[in-house]
Design a protein around this ligand. Structure first.
Ligand SMILES: Cc1ncc(COP(=O)(O)O)c(C=O)c1O
Length: 433
């Protein structure tokens, strides 16, 4: 059957990673290689951080059966904007249905979903295993308070502990919340080291990287080393200091300027996603580990974007040969059902009852989704597929680069969006099927 190239849906966020999710996989984290991938951009609509670019490049396919009557997009969008806060610059598309890597809008137009809910729908849309697991759990018991024990949460924690350097898990609902939990853990760990009576003048500091992204709560935007996210929200949370990413000497100087004894944690992404697809280097993470070991601070990695198989390993930090004390995860953990987790090693498991909580965190419904992802990663070949699809994408982009030159596939330092790459990719996709 001839392959009809559908529309493409790409993201203004790190395109190399989000694009690759389209094929159920992502570009494996390989410093110096995927950094050459281009930013994929559509022509038209104005961009906003995190907003998607959608371009129709071919005839629409027939959407899956069972379409419902929706108001026309213009009317639906007007009604939506009348009642939903404008925290996003949205594209004028009402997405109605998904199947695998495809989504259809309310006009029945078909798109390849390269955004994947921003690095989240790691099993694609309408995944039969996910539907079955969540439906079954919904019929059994979907939510009870964390004042009680539930089997799916315990099983998901066991999988996370077995498949990470951590010994314990705390569940929440999002990446920002996972980082909030990590920030609180680091502070409590620092205070516990001082028997909750630190010397006069001492105060815990968390070092994060410039160009980092850690979420949108007040502490998470403070941890985020990008002034544009701070604007309008001062005063920020005290106790955060920024250091250039991948600069080991600068990191050592930052630790020295803060005072090693004040450093509660160093929090880093193994690959900066939102900051521009900057892979971490082994030397930088080794230096961070050494500085933490010397000062008793925690090395915390934000795997919200890079975790759960997205880089061709379960965790992005595995590419960096470093063992963190704390790992945060969300996004792909529930394949689109909201769940996040903060994982920590036994030596820093300092939370006690009452220290931290989440009403929904790790409830049976979300944990059932997490267990489906865990099974897909362990038994479903997803991780091997990530590597295979990532290699294929890089290979094909190199073909595009060869054909159209650096105007289309630009160096990571140039990072220029090129409007006609969508068409080039679509024709490549068509010819490769
Ligand atoms: C590295 C990283 N950390 C944290 C977050 C925040 O996650 P959430 O939007 O689920 O709060 C994101 C979101 O893009 C992220 O990329």
């Amino acid at each position: 059957m001839a392959f009809v190239p559908p529309c493409t849906l790409t993201s203004a966020l790190p395109s190399a990673t989000s694009s690759a999710f389209c094929a159920g996989g992502v570009v494996p984290l390989r410093p110096g290689r995927q950094g050459r991938l281009a930013v994929v951009a559509g022509a038209a609509p104005p961009r906003a951080p995190g907003a998607a670019t959608l371009r129709a490049v071919a005839e629409p396919l027939t959407p899956p059966s069972g379409s419902v009557d929706l108001p026309t997009p213009a009317a639906a969008i007007k009604d939506f904007d009348a009642v939903v806060m404008r925290t996003y610059g949205r594209y004028p598309l009402v997405l109605e249905r998904g199947q695998g890597a495809s989504v259809w809008d309310s006009d029945g137009k078909h798109y390849i979903d390269c955004v994947a809910g921003i690095a989240t729908c790691c099993l694609g849309h309408a995944h039969p295993g996910l539907i079955a697991a969540v439906t079954e759990q919904l019929g059994r018991v979907h939510h009870v308070s964390n004042l009680y024990y539930t089997t799916p949460q315990g099983q998901l924690a066991a999988w996370l502990v077995d498949n990470s350097p951590a010994d314990k898990a705390f569940f929440c609902n999002s990446g920002a919340e996972a980082n909030e939990a990590a920030i609180k853990l680091a502070r409590k760990h620092w205070h516990a080291k001082h028997d909750f009576a630190p010397p006069a003048g001492a105060s815990p500091v968390i070092i994060t990287a410039e160009a980092s992204f850690h979420g949108r709560t007040l502490a998470a935007i403070t941890a985020t080393g990008q002034p544009k996210y701070h604007k309008g929200f001062h005063p920020l949370v005290p106790g955060f200091v920024y250091t250039p990413y991948n600069d080991a000497d600068a990191l050592a100087a930052t630790v020295a300027s803060v005072g090693a004894a004040n450093v509660a944690a160093i929090l880093l992404e193994p690959l900066q996603g939102e900051g521009g697809v900057n892979p971490g280097t082994r030397a930088f993470f080794a230096a961070a580990r050494e500085l933490c070991d010397a000062s008793g601070a925690l090395l915390m990695v934000d795997e919200v974007q890079t975790g759960m198989g997205r880089t061709g390993r379960v965790w992005g930090h595995e590419h960096l040969d470093v063992t963190p004390d704390v790992v945060t995860t969300a996004k792909g953990l529930g394949a689109g059902i909201p769940i996040g987790a903060m994982l920590c090693a036994a030596h820093c498991d300092v939370f006690e009852p009452g220290d931290h909580a989440s009403t929904f965190g790790g409830n049976p419904l979300a944990s059932a989704a997490g267990l489906t992802v865990a099974d897909a990663l362990t038994n479903g070949g997803v991780i091997a597929n990530v590597t295979a699809r990532g290699d294929e994408l890089v290979q094909q982009l190199e073909v595009v680069a060869g054909k159209y030159g650096p105007k289309v596939v630009s160096d990571s330092e140039v990072k220029k969006a090129v409007s006609y790459l969508d068409d080039a990719l679509a024709s490549l996709l068509a010819s490769s099927k």
